[in-house]
Write a protein of this length. Structure first.
Length: 184
């Protein structure tokens, strides 16, 4: 009886936390959103980085975002198994990053996961999906709509389902991203 009560309290806590994160993601002022993410949920957000509105964040205390990085609107950032995003990274609108998923071969349909790492100067374009355990190398580009199931080498351009190499990117990168739209 006592175990059931404890599990019920845990479930309610996680439900409240999940709903709170969804509501905070819709606040139309970046400064306020970022304050909640940092202070209430212990998300590490670097200097001059931005998370645009309507992002879904899971386990923010296990997410580290570097400096001068832009996270587009409607992204999913899953930190349950760990998520590290480097400096001057651009995640375009609708990027889904998963660090935990169901194991289709587990008789109990259990879960398995691994951290995702996105290195400096990477660009992950719109409507892409990154699966658990991948690393997106420095300066790499993931083309729109790709599904990344394996790690991407530095300065490589990948696209498709599943993502495959389609090109190379210049190694002469030194830009710093910043937000100029404080109300989005």
């Amino acid at each position: 009886m006592q175990v059931a009560a404890i599990n019920s309290v845990r479930t309610k806590y996680h439900d409240i936390r999940f709903v709170s994160l969804q509501l905070i993601g819709k606040i139309p002022l970046q400064v306020l959103r970022h304050c909640f993410y940092r202070r209430w949920f212990k998300l590490t957000l670097g200097h001059n980085s931005v998370i645009y509105n309507s992002c879904h964040i899971r386990a923010p205390h296990r997410i580290v975002i570097g400096d001068n990085t832009s996270i587009g609107d409607h992204c999913i950032l899953d930190g349950r198994s760990g998520l590290t995003i480097g400096n001057s990274v651009n995640l375009s609108t609708g990027v889904w990053i998963w660090t935990l998923q169901h194991d289709m071969n587990d008789p109990e349909f259990g879960v398995k996961g691994a951290p995702v790492i996105i290195e400096d100067y990477a660009w992950v374009s719109s409507r892409t999906t990154l699966l658990p355990g991948v690393t997106i190398g420095k300066g790499a580009v993931v083309a729109a709509g790709a599904v990344v199931t394996k790690s991407v080498e530095p300065y490589t351009v990948v696209g498709g389902v599943p993502a495959k190499k389609i090109g190379e990117r210049s190694k002469e990168l030194n830009y710093k991203l910043s937000s100029s739209v404080p109300f989005f």
